[in-house]
Design a protein around this ligand. Structure first.
Ligand SMILES: Cc1cc2nc3c(=O)[nH]c(=O)nc-3n(C[C@H](O)[C@H](O)[C@H](O)COP(=O)(O)OP(=O)(O)OC[C@H]3O[C@@H](n4cnc5c(N)ncnc54)[C@H](O)[C@@H]3O)c2cc1C
Length: 407
């Protein structure tokens, strides 16, 4: 059923969060219009880790088969001491087999999820996705929201019932609403080097491995790649004062990888990307008829693979609330619930965990390192603690919190 009498929900940003919000709304019969500034889906290497809680949500949206087909199943993840070359602890999602239908992580690049969502939206009469359409202004009224978008040199005005700002970390919507982005930016940047070298065969690494080292920590993970043959991404922090040219120079790329894992011959490096990394949360997730979701509302370091996952949870939860209110099944005040729940969840489960993950990897104090390693070992060795740890890292604990009645 389509609620054709209602004004559409407008979405600024056709990244994974905006597109999943659109799909969740459209499947509930709402009219939805997505405006995406770029002319095509962004393929730069970013999120890949899709946690069990998110797999449950994507299954409800009919996307799970595509994700499983195009991704890699990663049942375990490991912590290593990079200095000694020893594995400290391994965690196995199978411990969650009584908690979820998906006791594993799927390593599926975010551009694949975006493409799957666009494909679905294009087949729905109540949804539209406009590429090369940059939202440039917003006008919030009591009974509607109006936006202006620049499309191929032309200006288009759209009027909707609500607006979702899913336009990424530099969100124009957030700025236009005058909402502060509170937090900080790390001085170092994160370098991602992508190689086909097989760290599972050559070094016994699981598809998600974290390396603690006071000199240079690292995070290693495998993705399927577009041909399904598999690529490994190795993430390092940059050193103080290193310029882009120095970081990207072939000699320094090879040095970094050879120091990480010496091998005969040069590494084949298929991508090299540098990211500025932040821990920031919007002071508010809503102003009147406009909402923020995904990176527009919160950004964090990628250690643990939580940012996009949390953004997708925002998208599905907001879509549920909006459709309930548009159908008059709940009063408009029910929408307050979005910020009341999603903002603390982001702080508690995503900001805190990713900050702790980074600290754990870069810890310089030897006693603190030893304590951390012992804690990881004892947690992995105890089945109950192992399960509790994974319920949190997989965002299932935060999802279960979501099950509480909302009004
Ligand atoms: C190296 C790295 C690894 C990561 N790994 C993980 C991981 O494993 N798991 C995880 O959960 N997260 C991870 N993340 C974080 C994840 O990539 C982001 O959280 C995710 O991209 C957020 O999605 P989004 O749709 O909110 O924003 P984006 O992906 O940034 O999409 C925003 C979209 O809005 C568009 N846009 C911008 N301005 C406008 C405008 N004015 N009008 C219209 N459109 C506009 C942009 O073109 C873009 O397409 C990682 C990030 C990095 C950098």
């Amino acid at each position: 059923m389509t609620l054709s009498s209602a004004r559409p929900v407008l979405i600024a940003g056709g990244g994974p969060v905006g597109l999943v919000a659109a799909l969740a709304l459209a499947r509930q019969g709402l009219e939805v219009q997505v405006f995406e500034a770029d002319s095509s889906v962004d393929e730069t290497p970013r999120a890949a880790t899709t946690h069990p809680a998110t797999l449950e949500l994507l299954a409800n949206l009919g996307l799970i088969d595509g994700i499983l087909r195009q991704g890699l199943i990663a049942r375990t993840f490991q912590f290593w001491d990079r200095r000694s070359g020893r594995m400290i602890a391994e965690f196995d999602h199978d411990t969650l087999k009584h908690d979820t239908r998906y006791p594993f992580v799927v390593q599926c690049e975010q551009h694949k999820l975006a493409r799957l969502a666009i494909e679905r939206l294009r087949a729905m009469p109540n949804a539209s996705v406009s590429l090369s359409s940059r939202v440039t202004s917003i006008d919030l009224c009591d009974d509607r929201v109006q936006i202006t978008a620049e499309t191929g040199g032309r200006t288009k005005v759209a009027v909707g019932s609500y607006l979702i700002g899913a336009d990424g970390g530099r969100s124009m919507v957030r700025r236009a609403l005058g909402i502060a982005f509170e937090g900080y930016t790390f001085p170092e940047r994160f370098l991602v080097l992508t190689t086909p070298f097989d760290f599972a065969v050559e070094r016994n690494c699981s598809f998600r491995s974290f390396f603690s080292d006071p000199d240079e920590w690292a995070n290693l993970f495998k993705v399927a790649g577009n041909d399904g043959r598999g690529l490994w991404r190795v993430l390092f922090p940059t050193r103080p004062g290193e310029s882009d040219e120095q970081v990207f120079a072939e000699i320094s790329v090879q040095e970094r990888l050879q120091k990480f894992f010496p091998k005969r011959g040069a590494y084949q490096v298929v991508h090299r990307n540098l990211y500025r990394v932040h821990q920031r949360v919007a002071a508010s997730f809503r102003k009147g008829r406009a909402f923020l979701a995904g990176d527009a509302a919160h950004v964090n370091n990628p250690l643990g693979g939580l940012g996009l996952n949390c953004g997708l949870h925002d998208a599905v939860e907001l879509a549920g609330l909006l459709s309930t209110v548009v159908r008059d099944a709940a009063p408009a005040t029910a929408l307050d619930r979005y910020e009341q729940r999603r903002r603390p969840i982001n702080i508690e489960y995503v900001q805190q965990q990713t900050i702790a993950n980074k600290k754990r990897l870069e810890e310089k104090d030897e006693c603190a390192r030893a304590r951390e390693f012992n804690l990881l070992r004892s947690t992995a060795a105890d089945p109950d603690k192992h399960r509790v740890f994974l319920l949190r890292t997989s965002l299932l604990e935060s999802m279960r919190r979501k099950q509480l009645p909302v009004w």
